[in-house]
Design a protein around this ligand. Structure first.
Ligand SMILES: [Zn+2]
Length: 1076
């Protein structure tokens, strides 16, 4: 089900190809279709190894993040020819590819063949190729069996559904973007830029009126007039000022209000090490009949209610409906100290932008593209006032169950800024469309007049490119700098004594053997192997050999490649030798006593081997590298774990980063699998993956006998890794409407030019984030758009472009900004910024910044939006979960204090924060808790004849636990099933399969598959949760006396721990600061 086979269906010129999902059909997997586009001028130029990601030092939050200071100059206006990176430039004849694909074109041949101009500016005005190339479209449908919810499945939007265009020859079309009755009346995009003389895409907006919002008396950020060159950095400052601003303490004091705070609460702004005493009697009260538990079942002290418990009714409802983004609800002030049941019972959904429904229904799925503020502030001053970060979170290569694929020799893009035509452009008439990013008016190419879906001529607005916010194009040859590379996979194995001792090689080789035929690829796929200890071993897999031949290179100071031609071999042609090697490898080193690890030289060798083609290196390492280049020394001092100071989050050498940049230049990505029981300096090693766009996997204390549950995890995750979709030699560019500016990127990649991310490999499990600022006032704009375009080579050797476009409304008031706040996206972006801050400054700085983000935004809300000052801690409804999520971040392994997190574990969590899509980051930060001993089929999902119970989500507090229940905590990469001491006999016997509580094994990690309804339900639920993610969460069954109980309790975010505040204490602290 996993490989990306594509099936071409002749019908309607549509190609249905399979997305590759873990389980594409599960609810929640995306089946929305949207047209997308990829930026053609992906290439870019010169590449500078030094200084790389930090183009400019920022005052705040720079860190190792890939921070950029975008020059105000339009990147594409000057000399257009930019070359992509180091790749040899080989331009294929333009027609080579299109000929093949255009055969089905039915449009009468027209004019000139596609012009092969330079790759950035291939579309010469007026000379658009009009030839025989009619497009066919393709649709990608899910692989899995189950179909996504009907509303999302299906074809492109039915033609005619969408009233976009006027009649042919009619007056220019106008779009009314906003919902009727909302906000400003429809205004057409400014007409001034109708024919701007090649206006730079990112130049100043057409109209630069004064900000609509009057700066408050408390203007905090730098003035808008800051010089452009510095503005990015300053904005960055603003951004972080949202997090770290000090001036708010000078805010006019709100009248002090009586609050339930205990009198002795004393804290300064930073959450330090001294904590206030627990307010007497504060408890998370659970409303009678709270979902999933009987009131009578509460075994924990309930304490007196210290605060007024609001009536259940509406709050309860709204909490449950959280995410539906009822606009009227969005601004309702919530007194967080009073309203405790704010956690929705189902996973929180992204807010829906306030756009006209015709527009919104075409908008990009928030799982792919999401903004922290779904109402974009019109000016930077307004953004500064809101004290919320503005940024995008992307999951651009997510497995999709449906993806329209367009095969056309002409990809329609804005001649000025290279934006791909998308659902949010406007058609002035049938022959002209106006770019929604730079407002340039462009001609509609002749062949775009034909709609291959409806087979009707004269309706360009109904083309799939204009009907889908996510779309993929088959790229013609102008998008290639060289012939698409073959899939090349190189595996590099640590075979030192330590490595062999863990037994990992058996698991990896066996899993590889099992999945060899499922590696994404084609007849050109190549594969190779290197092993190393203190020396480097190569394996010749030359055709004709009766068995693989091992070649040992002991000169690790000056690594060379023996017989390079036989080390990476064609997978199909040499399969037997390869299988032979995989069967033999685990035994070959069992007697080895070599303890040294020459990881650095082995990576250098791997790089040399891969340089000519590009591809993927998978490195398995089990210890600190000790000899040769890149050798490291232990920096972990166990006694210092407890403090947030002086921990080594930065690399101790730049060897791995430099090598990664070399790799990036040759289209090679390195994925690191660290399986280690000892400190291995992941802070240094991780750079090899980070800058080469690879991934990091970490299996702490991996051992085949002592830690068998890790073996299963490795097997499952490796299978996903080996068989998931992969894109090679990729670049990604994100564009936004002029006036907005992107300045900092988060994720694993190298920023090759100002805004071009170099991704030697792209995988469907990687997420990215960017920070933005409002460079120029968005006056007169009703909406703005964002477009990401990912150009990559598929494992079948096709050059493809996946484009996502999102449209959001612009607002002029602070209350509207808050109304559209997406609290999860904000939390995710802040977490990324906090990682940078931890590395560039200190962990405690990062923690303070997180806390200040809450204080500052709620202070601004209180002083500038709330008309009536009320006692308590007021938050707009949209941000009601903000303090909870930030507290959860503070307790997360990446940012927590205390003795729990080992250094590598902390670093790994930081890697995850940077590289995971938002949905997993949120789960890892704020786990979901369910009661599972009373699962029913009520409200259950039905997928493929499976019934999946959907128990409500509970607050993360022990008060939600009843000793006679059983609870599942889903923390993303790990799950805990906590069994109460008095748990019902039926659950114990029907689900756990043991006679009584006492006989539940201490280290139980699997549920037996029993023929009981209870067992079937429980297993169905857990399996369903697991299927929806690319990693495999281990399930720990936890009893009261279990050693894992503390890990379980650590995740009870709302409760107090030795080193961290309870939620209520945290709220009191925030309130105190807000009221200052
Ligand atoms: Zn444009």
């Amino acid at each position: 089900m996993l490989s990306g086979c594509e099936v071409t269906v002749k019908q309607n010129s549509l190609v249905y190809s399979n997305g590759q999902g873990y389980s594409p059909s599960v609810p929640g997997s995306y089946s929305h279709q949207t047209p997308a586009k990829v930026p053609p001028h992906q290439s870019s130029g010169q590449y500078n190894y030094s200084g790389s990601q930090n183009v400019s030092q920022l005052n705040n939050y720079q860190g190792p993040g890939q921070t950029l200071n975008r020059p105000p100059v339009a990147p594409f206006s000057g000399s257009p020819v930019q070359q992509t990176g180091p790749v040899p430039q080989v331009l294929l004849p333009a027609l080579q590819n299109s000929a093949a694909v255009s055969s089905a074109g039915s449009f009468p041949p027209g004019a000139s063949p596609p012009v092969l101009s330079n790759w950035q500016y291939s579309q010469t005005p007026g000379s658009q190729p009009v030839g025989s190339q009619t497009s066919h479209l393709a649709h990608v449908t899910g692989t899995g069996s189950a179909q996504p919810p009907s509303s999302l499945s299906g074809n492109t939007n039915p033609p005619g559904n969408y009233q976009y265009a006027a009649s042919p020859g009619g007056p220019p079309l106008q779009n009314s973007y906003m919902k009727p009755g909302s906000a400003p009346p429809p205004v057409t995009q400014p007409l001034t830029p109708l024919h701007p003389p090649a206006r730079p895409p990112l130049g100043p907006p057409p109209v630069g009126g004064p900000p609509l919002t009057r700066p408050s008396t408390l203007i905090a950020g730098p003035p808008n007039t800051q010089s452009l060159l510095n503005s990015a950095a300053n904005r960055e400052g603003c951004c972080s000022s949202a997090i770290n601003c000090k001036y708010l303490s000078s805010l006019p004091l709100a009248t002090p209000h009586p609050s339930p705070a205990p009198p002795n609460l004393k804290m300064n702004r930073s959450v330090g090490y001294s904590y206030p005493t627990l307010p007497p009697g504060y408890q998370n009260t659970s409303p009678p009949g709270a979902p999933g538990m009987q009131a009578s079942a509460l075994q924990y002290p309930d304490g007196s209610k210290h605060f007024h418990q609001p009536a259940l009714g509406t709050n309860h409802l709204t909490a449950a409906m959280g995410g539906l983004s009822l606009q009227q609800e969005g601004l309702r002030p919530v007194n967080l100290l009073q309203e405790r049941n704010i956690l929705p019972m189902t996973l929180l959904k992204a807010p829906v932008p306030n756009l006209h429904e015709d527009i919104q229904k075409l908008n990009c799925n928030p799982e792919l593209f999401r903004c922290t503020l779904t109402n974009i502030p019109q000016t930077q001053a307004l953004l500064n006032k809101a004290k919320l970060p503005l940024g995008l979170l992307l999951h651009p290569f997510k497995d999709l169950s449906q993806l329209p694929v367009v095969t056309s020799s002409t990809i329609v893009r804005c001649r000025s800024c290279r934006t791909y035509i998308n659902p949010f452009v406007s058609f002035l008439d049938q022959r002209r469309w106006k770019c929604n990013l730079c407002y340039r008016v462009n001609d509609v190419p002749e062949e775009f007049m034909y709609n291959p879906v409806t087979r009707v001529y004269g309706e360009p607005h109904k083309r799939p490119e204009v009907q889908n916010a996510t779309i993929e194009f088959m790229a013609p040859s102008e998008y290639m700098l060289r012939p698409p590379q073959p899939p090349v996979y190189l595996f590099v194995f640590d075979v030192s004594h330590n490595a062999i001792e863990t037994g990992y090689l058996n698991t990896v080789c066996q899993t590889l053997l099992d999945n060899l035929d499922l590696l994404p690829g084609n007849t050109r796929t190549k594969i190779g192997f290197i092993t190393f200890d203190s020396t480097i071993h190569f394996y010749s897999l030359q055709e004709g050999l009766s068995q693989p031949q091992m070649l040992i290179v002991s000169d690790i100071e000056d690594v060379f490649i023996p017989m390079p031609e036989n080390l990476l071999v064609n997978l199909n042609e040499n399969k037997e030798l390869i299988q032979d090697l995989l069967r033999t490898l685990p035994q070959m080193f069992t007697k080895s006593l070599e303890t040294q690890s020459a990881l650095g030289p082995a990576l250098q060798a791997a790089f040399k081997l891969m340089s000519p083609t590009g591809g993927r290196i998978s490195v398995f390492q089990t210890q600190l590298p000790s000899v040769g280049m890149g050798a490291l020394k232990s920096r972990e001092e166990p006694n210092q774990r407890a403090t947030a100071k002086d921990i080594h989050l930065t690399p101790s050498t730049d060897f791995y980063k430099k090598l990664a940049l070399d790799c990036s230049g040759q289209q090679v990505a390195v994925d690191l699998f660290l399986l280690s029981g000892q400190y291995s300096d992941l802070a240094s090693l991780g750079c090899i993956s980070r800058y080469s766009a690879g991934s990091v996997y970490y299996y702490q204390s991996y051992h085949h006998k002592h830690n068998p549950v890790q073996v299963e995890k490795l097997q499952k995750e490796l299978k996903r890794y080996l068989t998931r979709k992969i894109g090679f030699e990729a670049v990604m560019r994100i564009r936004c409407t002029k006036g907005l500016s992107i300045h900092t990127f988060h994720g694993n990649f190298f920023v090759r030019s100002t805004d071009l991310l170099s991704l030697p490999n792209v995988n469907p499990d990687a997420g990215y984030a960017v920070q933005m600022s409002v460079e120029e006032s968005l006056t007169d704009m009703q909406v703005v758009s964002f477009q990401s375009a990912l150009l990559y080579t598929s494992s079948k050797g096709e050059r493809r472009i996946r484009v996502h476009t999102m449209c959001l409304p612009v607002v002029t008031t602070l209350s509207d900004v808050y109304l559209g706040a997406d609290v999860q996206a904000i939390t995710g972006l802040l977490a990324n910024m906090a990682v940078d801050r931890s590395v560039s400054a200190t962990l405690s700085d990062a923690r303070d910044a997180l806390v200040n983000a809450v204080i500052d935004s709620l202070s601004a809300y209180r002083s500038s939006v709330l008309s009536i000052q009320q006692p308590g801690l007021m938050a707009p409804y949209s941000l009601r979960l903000f303090p909870l999520y930030v507290l959860a971040l503070l307790k997360q392994k990446a940012f927590q204090t205390g003795t729990n997190a080992r250094l590598d574990e902390r670093i790994f969590t930081m890697c995850q924060v940077k590289n995971q899509p938002l949905v997993y980051l949120m789960l890892m930060t704020h786990p979901s808790l369910y009661r599972v001993d009373n699962l029913t089929d009520e409200g259950a999902l039905n997928i493929n004849d499976r019934t999946i119970p959907q128990p409500p989500i509970l607050q993360l507090s022990v008060e939600k636990l009843s000793r006679d229940g059983a609870y599942l905590m889903d923390a993303g990469s790990v799950m805990f099933l906590w069994i109460g001491k008095n748990c019902g006999q039926s659950f114990i016997s029907q689900v756990l399969g043991v006679p009584n509580y006492g006989s539940v094994p201490q280290n139980m990690t699997h549920l037996p598959e029993l023929e009981t309804a209870e067992s079937i339900r429980t297993i169905a639920f857990i399996s369903w949760l697991r299927e929806q993610r690319p990693f495999f969460p281990i399930l720990y069954i936890v009893k009261d006396d279990s050693p894992l109980k503390s890990s379980f309790l650590q995740n009870m975010i709302e409760d107090r721990t030795e080193s961290a505040l309870s939620y209520y204490e945290f709220l009191l602290h925030i309130q105190q600061q807000v009221n200052k």
